[in-house]
Structure formats: structure tokens, C-alpha cells
Design a protein around this ligand. Structure first.
Ligand code: HEC
Ligand code: HEC
Length: 214
């Protein structure tokens, strides 16, 4: 059975045939334009914005704690130096007032010379591992300005926290809540301000990691 075709369909069909040629031209030009745009884009991509956080890797926590205080991490991420120049840079920063113990220079230099070396590309980024996620969270929330793994700074060391709660499997939720809402009086007079930007899941992930520090 022949269904009646909707009115005007035939005319549209012819119109399409006529305009196909024209469309082809437009298409070709579009393709060329897109190619050009791609080239321009690729050139711009040669100079991307410097990353705002340091690449996760061995020594990153110490480097953040010592170097990302007077200025942002971009001072480092936009700079590629040789190992010797980084060594000189660290001395220079100490002269400018950076508080870096003599035995901390080597691990910081090792980190900088590994990830921001002009002469050697950084090692390929490890597949997004739990460690990277933790480093990102610690960086993004400035936790390391007040905490270190093995030394009390403004707040308790992560090892102290693990020692206090480690055996108590139910402690995590309460710690995660204090992490998000702020805490005072548990460890001393200094309060921890709320970390309002931290989701519950992120807080729990951080706490689980902290409680493993030995
Ligand atoms: C006591 C404050 C302080 C600390 C801590 C500090 N810096 Fe600096 N840094 C400065 C000042 C001041 C300058 C020069 C002015 C500017 O560029 O902001 C500077 C400049 C730099 C520059 C040059 C930036 C550029 O774009 O040319 C680099 C690289 C750098 N710092 C790396 C580091 C590293 C690595 C550490 C840790 C080892 C560190 N800084 C710790 C104060 C500090
Ligand atoms: C401005 C400083 C500061 C910052 C930033 C900070 N903390 Fe704290 N933190 C403290 C202080 C001080 C305490 C002790 C508070 C108390 O006695 O109740 C503390 C306590 C803690 C505790 C123990 C809580 C408990 O219930 O015993 C953990 C875990 C912790 N912080 C982790 C973190 C993490 C993770 C971050 C980043 C998301 C962070 N802190 C950011 C200062 C800080």
C-alpha cells in the first residue's frame, strides 16, 4: 500500500539536490578552516598556563611545605632548570628567607631536578593511583601548611593521629566530620579551621590514608 507522502516533500528533495553542490563547497572550506584552527590551537598549546599544583612524586610534600609559602607553585611549574641551577635556586630562596633545614635540601633538589629539569623530561606520570589523589587533596586544601607526616607543626603529625585512633575502627567518621567542620580542643589550644571545600568522600579518603601513617 502506498502511503501518501507528506506535502512538499518532493520539492524539498529537489532542493536538497540543488544545494548539495553548494554544501560541498562550504564543507571543503569548513574543513580547511578547521585545519587552520587546529594548527593555531596546536601552536597556542605549546605555551599552556603553568599548572597551579606541583606534580605528585617523591618529595612533593616536603617541597610544597617549604617552597609554596611565599609564592604560588606556578613559580616552580613555569620554570625548567638544570640540576645545578635548581641547587643554586634553593640556596637563593634560603637567602631570601626560606626556612629549609640542611638535610631537607637534598630531597627537595632531587624532586625539582626530577620533575622540572630542563635537560631531562619528567618520568611518565604514574597511572592515577591512590597516592596521587591524596597528594592532590592535601595540596588543594593546604593541609601541609599545618601538618606533616612525622612532625608536629601547627596541628598534630599524621603519625600521631594514626597512633591515637589507628586501632579504633570506628573513629574515622568523627575525624572526617571534624576535618570538614573544623576542630579544637582535641590536640591542644590551636584550632583547625573548617575545610568547607572538602566533600565527605574526600574527607573520608584523607582520614583513611592518615590513619595508615606509621
Ligand atoms: C621566604 C620566601 C620564599 C620561599 C620560602 C621560597 N621562595 Fe622562591 N622566591 C621568593 C622571592 C621573593 C622570589 C623573587 C620574586 C618573585 O618572583 O616572586 C622567588 C622566586 C622564585 C623563582 C623564580 C620565579 C620566576 O618565575 O622567575 C623560583 C623558580 C622559585 N622562587 C622557586 C622556589 C623554590 C623551589 C622554593 C623552595 C626551595 C622557594 N622558591 C621558596 C621567595 C621565596
Ligand atoms: C590552619 C592549620 C590547619 C590546616 C590548614 C589543617 N589543619 Fe588539621 N589540624 C590543625 C590543628 C590545630 C588540629 C588540632 C585541632 C584540635 O585540637 O582539635 C588539627 C587536627 C587534625 C586532625 C585530627 C582530628 C581529630 O579528630 O583528632 C586531622 C586528621 C587533621 N587535622 C587533618 C587535616 C587535613 C587532612 C587537612 C587538609 C584537608 C588539615 N588537617 C588542614 C590545623 C590545621
Amino acid at each position: 500500500m502506498n502511503l501518501p507522502s507528506p506535502a512538499g516533500r518532493g520539492a524539498e528533495g529537489e532542493g536538497t539536490d540543488v544545494s548539495n553542490d553548494f554544501r560541498c563547497h562550504v564543507k571543503r572550506h569548513l574543513v580547511i578552516l578547521l585545519l587552520l584552527a587546529g594548527l593555531v590551537h596546536a601552536q597556542q598549546a605549546d605555551e599552556p598556563e603553568p599548572p597551579k599544583t606541583l606534580t605528585p612524586g617523591k618529595g612533593v610534600e616536603l617541597t610544597v611545605a617549604r617552597c609554596v609559602t611565599c609564592h604560588e607553585a606556578t613559580h616552580i611549574t613555569r620554570t625548567k632548570l638544570s640540576r645545578d641551577e635548581w641547587e643554586f635556586n634553593i640556596k637563593n630562596m634560603i637567602e631570601r628567607g626560606a626556612q629549609i633545614a640542611p638535610n631537607e635540601i637534598a630531597p627537595i633538589l632531587e624532586y625539582l631536578a626530577t620533575y622540572y629539569n630542563r635537560d631531562a623530561p619528567p618520568p611518565p606520570a604514574a597511572a592515577a593511583s591512590e597516592g596521587d589523589a591524596i597528594t592532590k587533596l592535601l595540596n588543594a586544601n593546604a593541609c601541609l601548611a599545618c601538618h606533616q607526616t612525622n612532625k608536629r607543626v601547627v596541628g598534630p603529625s599524621f603519625q600521631e593521629v594514626a597512633a591515637k585512633y589507628g586501632a579504633d575502627g570506628t573513629a574515622g567518621a568523627g575525624i572526617a566530620t571534624r576535618l570538614r567542620q573544623g576542630s579544637s580542643g582535641v590536640w591542644g589550644a590551636a584550632p583547625m579551621p573548617p575545610n568547607a571545600g572538602l566533600s565527605d568522600a574526600d574527607a573520608r579518603q584523607l582520614v583513611a590514608w592518615i590513619l595508615q601513617q606509621k
